[in-house]
Design a protein around this ligand. Sequence first.
Ligand SMILES: C[S@@+](CC[C@H](N)C(=O)[O-])C[C@H]1O[C@@H](n2cnc3c(N)ncnc32)[C@H](O)[C@@H]1O
Length: 388
Amino acid sequence: MPHIQIQDFKEVSFPFSHEGIDFDFIASNIKYPDEKLICATSEDKTFLLQVKQGETNWLLKSDKVTRVSPNFHIKNAINAYADKAGLEVLFSNLAQKHTQHREKDSALKHINFFEKSFPDAKEIWVEVGFGSGVHLIHQAQQNPDVLHIGIEIHKASIEQVLKQIAILGLDNVMLVDFDARLFLEFVPSNLVGRIFVHFPVPWDKKPHRRVISHPFISESIRALKKGGTLELRSDSENYFSYSLQTFLELNQSDFQVRKNQDIGIVSKYESRWRKMEKNIYDITLTNNEDSEAIKSDYDFSLSDKCGVDFTELNTQTIRFENGFIHFERVYSIENDGFLVRLSMGSFDKPEHLFILVKDGKTSYFPHQPIASRTNYNSHLKLKELLHG
Ligand SMILES: C[S@@+](CC[C@H](N)C(=O)[O-])C[C@H]1O[C@@H](n2cnc3c(N)ncnc32)[C@H](O)[C@@H]1O
């Protein structure tokens, strides 16, 4: 995580621009004023930096919810703020000002790119949690006419695979930094040829975080074209049994189970398990149905007038059928409004975002929730709460 340790934090006057970064505002946690968020924009990416007081010094780092890739945007913003405010840096894990060629990150697409208009390729394959990217890159090289969409939540893996894509000059791969369970909800119906879920985290102690679940399988079937496949590969007997059970619980399904199948490429994880002589299990589900088109034109706008006292909502949770809204932290922007961090949607795959109330306007920050049915239901509840 890009960060610097500093002797003292110094606030400067906002807004300002420095070293190519626009700084819009600073907001302070209403409960713990030593925690602050700074809004920064680098090129077309808007995100927050977090300031926190530790026991002996201060930390200036990337905020987790709004963190962007590639992380040179964040590094440059931290360096720019430190320079402008004249911060005394005690430790830094940032390189000097970093620039990256546009073409290097062109494979990385923002979630909005897919929301606005899903890529229109003849054949699309999706890989969930590509990790080191060995399988994704192999498939992209072997199948140049297929568009390969890799979904991953681990930033370091994304950075690493982006570099490989640039070095190999691959133009048939798109990466997206997002929770695959949410991403699938807005993939158009009957489109995808193959969905790979290879060596998903078993989450034995937190099963609600597992990728394989009834909603995930249903969304996969909807997104797959007729004859398309959902391909799970796992070394975990526990996860395999759980998945098998989950597939069997579906009303109707057509799937095959194989053990120790050679798929022609060995990922980093697989080689580790092979050395330990563990068994590898595959479950391949074939979709045999045509699904209805999804609705994607949800209106996520919020009215400008906001009739709630955010200080009272701090740490509150509102539950309703199939979902919730949790107001995690409230930050005040001096004389000018609030920034509210919240989680919303369904319990097993919540979306984390902010609401910004500033200059008499209320909006999601830095972007709207993704256009899924679950998010839209939560949005309607939130709207009711904010605007009455
Ligand atoms: C055990 S690794 C396997 C990586 C790779 N598939 C392989 O075979 O080497 C699981 C990967 O899934 C990613 N992951 C976990 N949950 C995810 C989710 N909900 N959406 C996207 N990626 C996820 C993790 O960050 C991790 O990189």
